[in-house]
Design a protein around this ligand. Structure first.
Ligand code: ZN
Length: 81
């Protein structure tokens, strides 16, 4: 009897381990610092468009530079509304 692991059902790709050598360090555009702090944008929903009819705050998690505080543009929430 073999103990072959079950094959994943079609549709979902198997999970792959990520090799750290295949990753790339993200650095701050402004100062080149490579450490970031977890922070949040708060988006206010006006009562007019809120599903509850009440003003609401929606936190959007981003990372800001631990040195100069800049949030890289790629982390910025889209602001096309
Ligand atoms: Zn910076």
């Amino acid at each position: 009897m073999s103990t072959k692991p079950m094959k994943p059902l079609g549709g979902q790709p198997p999970q792959q381990e990520i090799d750290i050598n295949d990753t790339e360090t993200v650095v701050c555009d402004e100062c080149g610092n490579a450490t970031f702090i977890q922070c949040f944008f708060l988006r206010r929903i006006s009562p007019i468009v809120s599903p509850t009819g009440q003003e609401a705050m929606v936190p959007i998690q981003v990372y800001s530079c631990g040195n100069c505080g800049k949030v890289p543009d790629k982390f910025m929430p889209s602001n096309d509304s």
